[in-house]
Design a protein around this ligand. Structure first.
Ligand SMILES: NC(=O)c1ccc[n+]([C@@H]2O[C@H](COP(=O)([O-])OP(=O)(O)OC[C@H]3O[C@@H](n4cnc5c(N)ncnc54)[C@H](OP(=O)(O)O)[C@@H]3O)[C@@H](O)[C@H]2O)c1
Length: 259
């Protein structure tokens, strides 16, 4: 019988977290480090990544800032190679970076649509492919967690973001396909679907109280989520506690998807 510590320990693992310069990604990096993983932090803002890396090193793990524009050609492969050269083989991938360009569907510029698809759907696939290929060659197990959204399976009643909802829907089903194909290699692939949280992504919209009211009115728990309420779901999905869990989505949404 394993102890609770054994079930949730990530000692000896190397994690790569995208979008680790702000918001939910910082919290994800913190929980992985608290459980003992070494962490590679990926996003565009180098100084922010360095700051988070310094904090994590203070917790006694190795941490590496890996600046990259994941929407740019070649940067996904380069980020994984860079993380690996600094910390070793990546065994945990958290695909968290995302953007949500807004505008009504009939006016949604093709550039907006493509920027959402490139960062929110294509880059998680390319990163997962890169990490999985290395693990398969090395015959090592691994964990992939894709951060989707409650909007992966339904329309957004608060903001107009057609490219965003399409990208998250694609990522949700890509999660299932990768899980199915890589199960035999002991690589699990799951998703976390957050409800609504206060971050850089939502701060502009939440500055309007009518938007907050709409969100809270549709959330059975009647409040926004706290980032630490998501990171515990992540810890479960990447730890030895969940080795038989793959191809699924954990909703952390205060009940948003229950009706
Ligand atoms: N907040 C919510 O209510 C909510 C709800 C559902 C789902 N989510 C999802 O949660 C994830 C995290 O979002 P958040 O709320 O924490 O928002 P956030 O604070 O805006 O974080 C987005 C992260 O993505 C990074 N990023 C953006 N463009 C990038 C690029 N081209 N290359 C590399 N990194 C890039 C940003 O860093 P740089 O600017 O430094 O590159 C930042 O670290 C997203 O996938 C989002 O869709 C959030």
């Amino acid at each position: 019988m394993s102890t609770i510590d054994d079930l949730f320990s990530l000692r000896g693992q190397v994690a790569l977290v995208t979008g680790a310069s702000s918001g939910l990604g910082v919290e994800f990096a913190r929980v992985l480090a608290a459980a003992g993983a070494d962490v590679a932090l990926v996003a565009r803002r180098r100084e922010r990544l360095e700051e988070v890396a310094r904090e994590l090193r203070g917790a006694g793990v190795r941490a590496a800032a890996v600046p990259a524009d994941l929407a740019a050609d070649g940067d996904c492969a380069r980020a994984v190679a860079d993380a690996e050269s600094q910390l070793g083989t990546v065994s945990i991938l958290v695909n968290n970076a995302g953007v949500a360009p807004m505008s009504r569907a009939e006016k949604h510029a093709r550039e907006k649509w493509e920027s959402a698809l490139r960062l929110n759907l294509t880059s998680p696939f390319l990163l997962a492919q890169e990490v999985a290929r290395r693990l398969i060659e090395a015959r090592k197990p691994g964990r992939v967690v894709n951060v989707t959204s409650v909007l992966a399976g339904r329309a957004n009643p608060v903001y107009n973001a057609i490219g965003y909802v399409a990208s998250k829907a694609g990522l949700e089903n890509a999660t299932r396909q990768m899980a199915m194909e890589w199960a035999k290699h002991r690589i699990t692939v799951n998703a976390i679907a957050p409800g609504w949280f206060q971050t850089e992504m939502t701060e502009h919209g939440f500055a309007e109280s009518a938007n907050v009211e709409k969100v809270l009115g549709r959330t059975p728990m009647g409040r926004l989520g706290e980032a630490h309420e998501l990171s515990t779901a992540l810890l479960y999905l990447v730890s030895p506690a969940s080795t038989f869990t793959t191809g699924t989505t954990v909703y952390v949404d205060g009940g948003w998807t229950s009706w």
